[in-house]
Every structure is written in C-alpha cells, then in structure tokens.
Write a protein that binds this ligand. Structure first.
Ligand SMILES: Cc1cc2nc3c(=O)[nH]c(=O)nc-3n(C[C@H](O)[C@H](O)[C@H](O)COP(=O)(O)OP(=O)(O)OC[C@H]3O[C@@H](n4cnc5c(N)ncnc54)[C@H](O)[C@@H]3O)c2cc1C
Length: 529
C-alpha cells in the first residue's frame, strides 16, 4: 500500500547508515522525531462533499484525503501535521476518453473546479485544491494506462496518458523498445504529468527531455478536443504541442500521448570519475558536452555533495578504501564526483567512453570504474524513500533547481547556497546544503540543490523556516537570470517568480490561451498563473 503522508510503498524503507546519522547531527544539530497526525483523525476532518452524486465520482473521505497533496515540502508538512486547507470534494478514475468528457460536461454544468491528477508526485503544489466556494473534483488519470499503438517503422508509441513509468517501460520493453525517461519519481509519475510539467529524466542527455519525446496526442478541454498529429517536423505555423507542454492542467486533460521511442540499448554503463576540485570537473563536463559526445547522463557533485554522498552510501569499509586510494592520488577534501552514463550501440558506447575518459583525464580526473555508478543505477529510485527515514528522525529535506548558461553557473550556485544559509540564519538554526550539476547542454546546465534542516516541534515554525530558505533561494535564482524551474514546473509554489521569466506580455498570452481552452476557468485554477 502507498504511504498517505510520505513517499512510496509502506513495505519499502531506506535506512540511514549509522555514520550518516552522526554526520548529519554534526551538520545541523541534534534532531527530534516530530509527532505525526494519525490517518483516522485526518480522515475524520474531511468535510462533507459538495458534489452531486455521480457513478463516476468517489466521495469516500480517505480517497479524497489521498488526493489532497503532492510531494512538496509544504505538502509533507500539511499531511504529517494533519493541517490541510482544503480537500477535493470527490475523485474520479475515468477509464476512457468518453468518461473524461462526461466528467468535463458535469464540471461545466455544476461549475466544478477540475484538477487533473497523474501520479501526484508534484513538488511545487500543482495538484493541491485551494479553499473556495466552488466544489472541486480531482480526476485521477491512472486508469488511462494502455499502449494503444506501437508503430515500429516510425518509432512511435501511443499510450493512455495516465500510464506510470514502470508500466510504460514494461509495455515497451516487451516489444524491444524504451522511452528512456527516468525522472527520480519514475515509480509513480505518469506520461501526462511529465508532458504538462515539462519533465526531464535522469538520462535526458541521451534520450532528451519530455518535449523531445512528445510527438503528439489528444487533449480534451472544456472548449473541445485538440488532436496533435505526430508529424516528424512541420513549418505550418506555431507548434500547438508546445502550448500543451508545460500547461500544468490549465488547458484540459491530455488523455492520449504519442511518444518517440528507441530500440533497447545494446549496452549501458555508468562510470565514476573523481576530480581534485569542482572547477576541474566543471571544465571537463563542459568540454564533453561541447564535443557532442553521445553520453546519456552527466552528473557532477560539488565537494560538499560528494562528501555527503559518500557518507550516506553505507558500505563503510569500501568507501574508506576508496577514500584512501583517492588520497594517495592527491584527492583530499573538496574533491568532486562525476557520474557518467553511456547508453546505446556497443561500438558507440565504447568510443564515447574512451573520448569522455580522455577529457576527464586531461582535467586531472581519476577514473574509478563502474562499481559506484552501477550501484547508483540500481538504487536510484529508492533514494526518495530516505526522505521518510529522515523525517521520522526530525530532519526535513527539500530540493530546488534551475538552469543557467555556463557563464553564470558559479555565481548562481554560490548565491543559491548562500541564500539558503542566510534564510535560516534568523532562526538560529543550521542547514546542510549541497549541489550538483546535471542535465548538461552545450550552452549551460541545470543546478540542483538539496538542503537538510531540523524540523521544529511546531509545524508552523517548520513552515516558516522552509519558506525563508525557499524564498531567499528563489530570489537568488531570479536575480541571476535563471529559470525558476528546469524540470519541476511552476505549480503554486513558483508562481510568483514566473513573470520575471515570461514578461507581462508573455503572462497575458498564457492567460489568454487558458481562456480559449477553458472559458469558465474550471481547469486547475491557481496553478501556473
Ligand atoms: C522524489 C521525486 C523525484 C522527482 N524527480 C524528478 C525528476 O527527476 N525530473 C522531473 O522532471 N521531475 C521530478 N519530480 C517532479 C514530478 O515527478 C514531475 O513534475 C512529474 O512530471 C509529475 O508527474 P505526475 O504524473 O506525478 O503529475 P502530478 O503531480 O499528478 O500532476 C502534475 C501536474 O500535471 C497535471 N496533469 C497530470 N496529468 C495530466 C494529464 N494527463 N493531463 C493534463 N494535466 C495533467 C496536474 O494537473 C498537475 O498540474 C520528482 C518528484 C519527486 C517527488
């Protein structure tokens, strides 16, 4: 069963190695487990539904509670403290496009707000209902999960848009194909969710971002239906698909999506290289992407993230041996770890690996082989489970991200980390902050920062601490000209920072587009703009 107030299946845990606990305590101080609300009490607080009875709508209180929040830090806090501002009045699980249409018609007839729900993995408040007079219906799309067509000649696969990562890959792999989209939320997030949040998977360097994969599909909107043919390319005016990408449920419901798929790779390997410092690693990754080498992943950690990763990895004896080996080669404190993924045809993987390792070698990188990378690949979707363990020990953890051109990477990274530290300074508390660069492009890369801090006994105090850090970091991103999100989207949490990126005219155009697709403002109001 899925956790109602945390990440993942209740049967799965990810424990913290003993030395990692000591490391964290040194970084942020002694922590105390918070007191969580009981499921039964929170279910009892769900108010009477305001929706008309309908065979497609479930108004059971626990089902509504389980669709009330996503996975952002404030979402966790609300769920764990049982302090929710609003609940959906009902949840529908349509199985066909016709049922989606029926539910849309019902929403129009009864002035109901509609929240499309994929996997509920949003980390920026996308799917949270807001208090108000109008009833709210959440539409869980997970039953739209079949592969309708696989056109192997064109390498196009069409799915129901509610299909989650593992199911999508299983259906494709059975035929020898893959999409290759692996966000860390892969276990639950869905194709439709990826499209409308402009998601980026961990191997985006090889397979592309979701916008590179999204070839076409169907959007069912209050104003009608939109078909997007999967053309290889077109010069016929603006690309409507680009309007749907990033629309965050404001235009309508993506019921079906056609994606560009690849044949299963012949070979896939992950290699690790350590550099004496972050600067050397950064020069190497920039040279690798600008040489256009066909890698599927590059992820470079700062010194602090490298140290934290090694501490959290467990396998103490192995890690100590590695550290000793690196010290003998002159790599001490401040060393930076690079993970590189190579995916594809055997000869191309081998050639790319040789070229990439030549470049890392020229930048004083020490190659330690595949063991660490393979371990990372094996456990990559298990890391989010650590968040449950940390919370239960009294440690809050959150991440934020942006993308900037190479020229701005250093300053932006430094300003984000400084902002997080200074955000918490007023509370007389310490925060452990670490960052990596990933999703590399020839012109720049994404910056992904994680911060861990102590939960207060009072949830309002915890929220104040988090808000101070998040606000300071978001302002630092905007001040550096970075995007407010490279991959998580806008939702409700990033909304104040969107006009800085789009401008007044751009914001007005987005609002006009939503007005055209959804004249009565039913679709996910409060998200995006
Ligand atoms: C642990 C963790 C790790 C993550 N790692 C990554 C990562 O590596 N890369 C990344 O890009 N993101 C990541 N995310 C963020 C999140 O997983 C993505 O934003 C994902 O795309 C959301 O998909 P979902 O199906 O869960 O959508 P939901 O969270 O259910 O919804 C997100 C938005 O999409 C809308 N929506 C969903 N389905 C449809 C549809 N069919 N039609 C219209 N609107 C729809 C909703 O209304 C909402 O506005 C992570 C999140 C977590 C919790």
């Amino acid at each position: 069963m899925k956790r109602w107030n945390g990440w993942g299946e209740t049967a799965v845990t990810n424990e913290l190695p003993e030395n990692a606990g000591v490391f964290l305590e040194e970084a942020i101080g002694v922590t105390r487990p918070p007191k969580d609300a009981e499921l039964a009490d929170v279910v009892a607080s769900v108010l009477e539904s305001r929706l008309p009875e309908h065979p497609l709508i479930n108004t059971d209180a626990e089902t509504r509670l389980r669709h009330t929040r996503g996975q952002s830090f404030p979402d966790w806090l609300a769920l764990r403290s049982g302090n929710m501002a609003a609940f959906p009045d009902g949840v529908a699980f349509p199985q066909t496009d016709a049922q989606v249409k029926t539910l849309l018609d019902l929403a129009i007839a009864h002035d109901v707000k509609l929240i499309p729900y994929g996997g509920g993995t949003s980390v920026v408040g996308h799917i949270n209902p807001e208090p108000g007079d109008r009833p709210i219906l959440t539409m869980n799309l997970q039953r739209l999960n079949r592969m309708h067509r696989l056109d192997t000649a064109s390498r196009l696969a069409t799915f129901g848009a509610g299909v989650a990562g593992p199911n999508l890959e299983a259906q494709l792999r059975a035929k020898g194909y893959t999409l290759g989209h692996y966000p860390q939320s892969f276990e639950y997030s869905t194709l439709g969710g990826w499209i409308v949040t402009r998601s980026s998977g961990q191997q985006s360097r090889g397979y592309g971002r979701i916008e590179d994969m999204f070839a076409g599909g169907k959007l069912v909107a209050p104003a009608g239906e939109l078909q997007m043919p999967p053309l290889p390319a077109s010069a016929a005016g603006p690309d409507i698909r680009q309007m749907v990408l990033g629309s965050e449920g404001r235009l309508g419901i993506v019921t079906e999506a056609t994606v560009r798929v690849s044949q299963l790779p012949e070979k896939e390997v992950f290699h690790t290289v350590f550099f004496p410092d972050f600067e050397a690693g950064k020069t190497a990754v920039r040279q690798i992407v600008q040489a256009d080498l066909p890698l599927s992943m590059l992820r470079l950690s700062t010194g602090v993230e490298t140290e934290t990763t090694l501490k959290l990895a467990g396998h103490e004896v192995l890690i100590n041996t590695l550290e000793r080996l690196l010290r003998m080669r002159g790599l001490e404190e401040g060393k930076a770890m690079l993970l590189m993924g190579f995916t594809g045809k055997r000869e191309i993987v081998n050639a790319a690996r040789k070229e990439a390792l030549d470049i890392t070698g020229q930048n004083s990188g020490i190659h330690i082989g595949q063991q660490f990378g393979n371990q990372w690949q094996k456990s990559r979707f298990k890391s989010p489970y650590l968040r449950n363990t940390l919370w239960e020990r009294g440690v809050g953890i959150d991440t934020l991200e942006t993308a900037v051109p190479w020229r701005s990477v250093d300053q932006t990274l430094q300003d984000i980390e400084t902002a997080i530290h200074s955000g918490l300074a007023n509370f007389n508390e310490k925060v452990h902050v670490f960052t990596h660069l990933s999703h590399m492009y020839a012109t720049g890369c994404s910056i992904y920062t994680t911060y861990a801090f102590r939960l207060a006994a009072d949830p309002d105090e915890t929220l104040a601490r988090w808000s101070a850090m998040k606000t300071a970091a978001s302002k630092a991103i905007v001040a550096n000209g970075g995007t407010i999100s490279h991959q998580h989207g806008v939702g409700k949490d990033h909304k104040p920072y969107l006009p800085a990126e789009k401008g007044d005219l751009g914001m007005a155009a987005i609002a006009m587009l939503a007005q055209q697709f959804d004249p009565n403002g039913l679709m996910n109001p409060g998200t995006l703009f």
